[in-house]
Design a protein around this ligand. Structure first.
Ligand SMILES: [Zn+2]
Length: 407
């Protein structure tokens, strides 16, 4: 059977963490000098593994077997959030590389191979899943023209030019080449750790439904306007959000989550009763029926608030993505591999975070594997996973890839 090399795996992960090192994490925003050095280093490691490697016009690093006929694709992303962890994304690309090496070294595998991909900008410094969407043919030149860096305002075109990527063609998937797409990732939560599990098998990547809630009242003097007369939009919004939080558990699924990420009061001064209040609100679930129930409940709570007065409330849906179910057969394969190396220590679970795999899922049978995050911490420089768990996850991942190729 296929056997990974733990020292080579950990050494590659530590080398990758030296690009843009920040405390015990990394600062490697998309197309920064450190990000591009990491991409060139990764391309070189792919070539050393006997694959061909290219960095395409959106910065995706694509490694492919020129001669193998039975193939799967594996990967994740290389850049990080600002001042964030060393494993988010990096773990998945190095797992893919190590699995590709282990499969090519395994005896009796002359025609089987794993192609490797490191997507660009999963973390959304410039846009929404630029790399994986480019790879499936979903990213237009017009969208590239209009995208800019959310922290610094640099245009995407300028960033691509400075990274030496301007004018390069963008690689688009040939889905007929592959049996499956596999992505490994740190869990970024504490389900695995708190339940003593070592491997998570992702059932679906959640959908995110986002809304703007606007409450209109009456702007007035905070001292002279009696409590009976005032129409305080700020207070009405806070009451509404509390009502949503009370009512959602009645219709939510076991893993539904809802968040008010931003509240703005207008005009926002200490002695003025807010005339308008606005909230950005979102919920997530992997089940389309649950999502619909949550939206219906949201609409109902707002209708009740409107009939109770004294303010008026409007609801605008900003976006509503679809849940991305992972392929049932690939889930079974991941589970069999997990049972072999971590018997009784694996669990099926939805992903509450978005991943490149959600864009590959409509194109290829797709599966995701999670390893535990210490303390459930991610998007922070203290993010970590024990070496033991990293090695175990890589072995399960490589074994699952081999099972996909053998099937
Ligand atoms: Zn990630």
């Amino acid at each position: 059977m296929v056997k990974i090399n733990p020292d080579r795996l950990l050494s590659d992960l530590r080398t990758l963490a030296s690009f843009g090192k920040y405390k015990t994490g990394v600062h490697r925003p998309t197309y920064s000098a450190d990000d591009m050095s990491a991409r060139r280093w990764f391309a070189q490691r792919i070539e050393e593994a006997g694959l061909r490697a290219e960095i395409d016009g959106i910065g995706n690093v694509y490694g492919f077997n020129p001669t193998k006929s039975r193939l799967a694709l594996a990967g994740s992303h290389l850049e990080s959030q600002n001042h964030a962890g060393w494993l988010d994304g990096a773990l998945g690309v190095v797992y893919a590389l190590e699995a590709a090496r282990a499969i090519s070294e395994a005896p009796g595998n002359a025609d089987a191979g794993l192609d490797v991909i490191a997507f660009a900008d999963e973390e959304g410094h410039f846009g929404s899943f630029l790399g994986s969407r480019s790879f499936i043919g979903d990213l237009t030149e017009a969208e590239i023209d209009s995208a800019f860096n959310h922290s610094f305002g640099t245009s995407l075109r300028q960033a691509l030019a400075e990274a030496g990527l301007a004018g390069r063609s963008r690689r688009v998937i040939d889905a007929s080449r592959y049996r499956a797409f596999l992505e490994a990732h740190i869990e970024q939560g504490d389900i695995l750790e708190s339940s003593g599990m070592k491997i998570g098998i992702v059932t679906a990547i959640v959908a995110i439904w986002q809304y703007r809630i606007v409450v209109t009242g009456e702007q007035n003097h905070a001292g002279t306007t009696t409590m009976a007369r005032r129409r305080d939009a700020g207070l009405a919004l806070i009451r509404l959000l509390a009502a949503i939080d009370r009512r959602f558990p009645e219709v939510a699924g076991p893993r539904s989550v809802w968040t008010t990420g931003q509240i703005a009061l207008s005009p926002g001064a200490k002695s003025i009763i807010p005339g308008q209040a606005e909230a950005l609100f979102q919920f997530r679930d992997a089940d389309a029926d649950v999502l619909t129930r949550l939206e219906n409940e949201l609409t109902t709570v707002i209708r009740e608030a409107n009939s109770a007065g004294p303010c008026t409330v409007t609801l605008e849906r900003i976006s509503a993505s679809r849940p991305a179910p992972m392929d049932a057969n690939v889930q079974d394969v991941l589970e069999s591999a997990a049972e072999q190396y971590a018997a009784g220590q694996h669990v099926r679970m939805p992903s509450g975070a978005g991943h490149d795999a959600q864009w590959l899922a409509p194109k290829l049978p797709t599966g995701m594997l999670f390893v535990p995050s210490i303390g459930g911490i991610s998007h922070h420089w203290t993010e970590n996973t024990s070496d033991e768990d990293i090695v175990l996850g890589a072995q399960v991942f490589a074994d699952a890839a081999m099972r996909v190729l053998r099937a």
